[in-house]
Design a protein around this ligand. Structure first.
Ligand SMILES: [Cu+2]
Length: 454
């Protein structure tokens, strides 16, 4: 069968790219955070207006800042024409507060969870987790970042001036119809790749930075695209944190493979004053981060960093030698190993042969017990709710150094294994999800449910 011809909008390439916008910052300590799901108009290229969705803004939502020990009050209000579930990705909260598919917010209604923040400093995110609609919802803009601070993050000599040298950095790919509307066209078995790379909602933006050290809070907020980031001048940068918190020590890299849903915090040194272009390039095999078939669809320019001498660098920041103490879980203490096989059977996306069924609980986990979860199958990207875990292996090998931190999302690359302990409960009425975080696979049923019982 011939593929339907889709006429895509092309954008004029101009050296005067728009600057990367900095999302509004809302501090949870100032009172309940209002997140109104609404329609909007947003320009991804600085010119053409595109109908989008956002949370209290035209496209995506504000960065919500909170602190370990705080209670974060959110007020989600749905002014859209369809039901939406909103999940706090990476949050250690009960199933009741997790925002999974069962917690649908109908049009014209709201949900006001109060989230006890008990976990360490990390960069998380919130996004639509609506039954069978997560892909189009996130693509339209129902996503935003959460930043958790704690005493340790306060004490480290890291860049912390929001929007100046501490930058939220949400990378997504987008396509457009000729009329400027967003084009959401899945190919093959639900794979979605678009041509235009955006950061914080702008196609290939210019990013102004001080002549010094800059911290990027990198989120791959794409539906299905993997990135293998590198600078064209192959400059070294440091990974300081992963999904659920800081690494113990910074890890020096020149490339970084990032799957959808993953976060990494990076330190990039611009003290040479030179501009730098960030690209995504083909991944090489053999480092535990490169999948059996290469999911990087071509080489992409992401953005250009330009040093602005009028932005004063913070002279007190540096790459600290030590970042965190991680309590490593011991595989000898694991009392159960669960197996998850992610596969396509008869054009159905399944885990252990089964598609998502909201009426079925797939696993019952005991609160406080250490478990090993073994993943295998094709190249997918596994996420579990209600926890952070520690990756034991990827494709039989020790995970790369930058994954030696708390994580909640991991590429399976044929095989992966992690160790985990669930410290919060999830009931039959509001279970946690485990699923492929390629959003189209999730929407097609590559997901299951588990309870955590005291
Ligand atoms: Cu998948």
């Amino acid at each position: 069968m011939a593929m339907p011809y889709v006429s895509k909008l092309a954008f004029a390439q101009s050296p005067d790219r728009p600057f990367m916008p900095i999302p509004a910052l809302v501090n949870g300590s100032d009172g309940p955070v209002s997140l109104k799901m609404q329609t909007g108009l947003w320009s991804f290229d600085g010119k053409i207006k595109t109908p989008t969705w956002g949370l209290s803004q035209d496209y995506m939502g504000p960065v919500v800042r909170t602190r370990r020990g705080a209670e974060l009050a959110l007020h989600y209000e749905n002014t859209l024409a369809e039901a939406v579930s909103i999940h706090g990705h990476g949050l250690h909260v009960t199933g009741e507060l997790d925002g999974g598919p069962q917690r649908a917010i109908r049009p014209g209604t709201s949900w006001s969870p109060i989230l006890p923040i008990v976990q360490e400093a990390a960069t998380l995110w919130y996004h639509s987790h609506t039954h069978k609609r997560t892909g189009p919802h996130v693509y339209n803009g129902l996503a935003g970042m959460i930043v958790i601070d704690d005493d340790n993050s306060d004490s480290l000599p890291l860049p912390r001036r929001y929007g100046i040298d501490d930058l939220p950095f949400i990378v997504q790919d987008k396509d457009f119809n000729q009329d400027g509307t967003l084009l959401y066209n899945k190919v093959g078995l639900g794979r979605f790749y678009a041509e235009h790379m955006t950061v914080n909602g702008i196609i290939q933006p210019r990013v102004e930075v001080p002549k010094g050290l800059v911290r990027l809070r990198l989120l791959n907020g794409s539906n299905g695209r993997f990135f293998n980031f590198t600078f064209t001048d192959t400059r070294v940068f440091h990974v300081i944190a992963g999904d659920g918190g800081f690494l113990e020590e910074p890890v020096e890299v020149t490339t970084l493979f990032v799957a959808p849903g993953e976060r990494y915090e990076l330190l990039v040194d611009f003290s040479d004053g030179l501009p730098a272009t960030l690209r995504s390039v083909q991944a090489e095999r053999g480092e535990g981060t490169s999948p059996a078939f290469n999911p990087i669809q071509g080489e992409q320019t992401i953005c250009t960093f330009e040093v602005n001498p009028r932005i004063a660098p913070d002279l007190d920041v540096r790459v600290p030698p030590r970042l965190n103490d991680i309590a490593w879980l011991d595989p000898k203490e694991a009392h159960i190993t669960r197996h998850f096989t992610m596969a396509t059977i008869n054009r159905k996306m399944v885990i252990n042969g089964r598609m998502m069924d909201m009426a079925r609980i797939d696993h019952r986990v005991q609160k406080g017990a250490v478990e090993i979860w073994d993943l295998d199958g094709d190249v997918h990207n596994f996420h579990a709710h209600g926890c952070s875990f520690q990756v034991l292996s990827i494709n039989g090998k020790t995970p790369p150094a930058h994954m030696k931190c708390w994580k909640d999302t991991v590429i399976t690359d044929a095989k992966a294994s992690f160790i985990v302990r669930f410290d919060h409960t999830a009931s039959d009425a509001f279970p946690y999800m485990f699923h492929c975080h390629l959003l189209e696979h999730e929407d097609m049923g590559m997901m299951g449910q588990f309870t955590v019982e005291a």
